[in-house]
Ligand binder design. Structure first.
Ligand SMILES: [Zn+2]
Ligand SMILES: [Zn+2]
Ligand SMILES: [Zn+2]
Length: 340
């Protein structure tokens, strides 16, 4: 998978490490804040109705920096201008059919069920199965992944269990896509492959965040998906539509990966799959439920050691507590005896 990282970004390389799998590593010493690499979304889908679904600008009153949004007459998808609506139409056509047929925007079906289908449709539109890989671009241009890159991503173990909910959801999504003729034809993409793609998106999606770090959509970034989780992240992710910093002409959903702290050559790049400000128990529960692993990073190891020490201290204190209890019991019995 030599293609998975851009030759154009020499600060990072892909490595296979024991116990870590394929991961990203700093290729040299890097100062905090340096741009490590940036990549274009293979597919991205806004999960917010208050931003333009083409340029990702926030809607709202002009005095708050927003733009007025108009909506697709058929499915109510918001756009900031006729130009954005027109630019979005070739990709939106199929989605519009789905959104309209199932009145998804008004239905009680939660977005996490239907957004993955729309996201995979955008992915197939960007990199059709059997189509030519996207151009690599000049040095420094945002890296662009191929469909093969997506296929090479790890699917979480839980998802590989055919009886597990993610697998059932993926199968339902593929069946729905087939019925509505929204997926590429079976000759170009068979059902098993489509289910596998769906699971890969499910396990490797990124939350796109706005300038106040609120999640506003989902995107597929195969290069960044190689990064493992760490509760003390050493990189920070941002998106061109919210934070800028991408090369001129880069799409608004371009993802930028910067060093959060100074990195030494060989340091593995890690980012937090969950909100790092949550408590250790909350983080572990979420990582287990969503990604099927128990975090053993330095932060978790230190917390586990502290918890074990606290438990040992409590256990050492416990016999004394029981002794006090039994002293109390003796006193109580004495009181009862004396009262007779
Ligand atoms: Zn727009
Ligand atoms: Zn529409
Ligand atoms: Zn951890």
């Amino acid at each position: 998978m030599a293609t998975l990282l851009p030759e154009a970004f020499p600060l990072v390389r892909v490595e296979e490490r024991a116990g870590r799998g394929r991961c990203l590593v700093a290729a040299c010493d890097v100062p905090a804040g340096a741009l490590l690499f940036c990549s274009r979304a293979l597919g991205a889908f806004p999960a917010s109705d208050s931003l333009c679904h083409e340029c990702w600008r926030a809607g709202g009153p002009a005095e708050e920096g927003g733009v007025p949004l108009q909506r697709c007459a058929a499915c109510k998808t918001p756009y900031c201008s006729s130009a954005c609506q027109k630019a979005a139409w070739p990709g939106h056509k199929g989605e519009c059919k789905l959104l309209r047929a199932f009145k998804l925007r008004d239905s009680p079906v939660p977005p996490h069920v239907w957004v993955p289908l729309l996201l995979s449709l955008r992915m197939y539109a960007a990199a059709p199965p059997g189509g030519a890989p996207p151009p690599r671009g000049p040095p420094g241009a945002p890296f662009c992944a191929t469909l093969a890159d997506v296929h090479s991503l790890t699917v979480v173990r839980r998802s590989e269990d055919a009886a597990a909910p993610p697998h059932a959801i993926a199968q339902a999504i593929v069946a729905l896509g087939r019925r509505l003729e929204l997926l590429p034809p079976a000759g170009a993409l068979d059902d098993a492959r489509a289910v596998r793609d769906q699971l890969a998106f499910d396990a490797n999606n990124f939350s796109l965040t706005n300038e106040t770090i609120e999640p506003v959509g989902y995107g597929v970034y195969p290069a960044a998906a190689l990064m493992n989780h760490g509760c003390a992240p050493n990189v920070v992710l941002s998106y061109a539509f919210a934070a800028g910093g991408a090369p001129p002409g880069a799409p608004p959903t371009t993802q930028l990966v910067r060093a959060l702290v100074p990195l030494r050559a060989g340091d593995e790049l890690v980012h937090s799959y969950v909100d790092p400000t949550k408590t250790a128990d909350e983080r572990r529960a979420e990582l287990r439920a969503r990604y099927d692993f128990d975090c053993a990073c330095g932060v978790c190891a230190a917390e586990a050691a502290a918890e074990a020490a606290a438990e040992a201290a409590a256990a050492a204190a416990a016999p004394a507590a029981r002794a006090e209890d039994s002293d109390d019991a003796k006193r109580a019995r004495l009181m009862v005896a004396q009262s007779r």
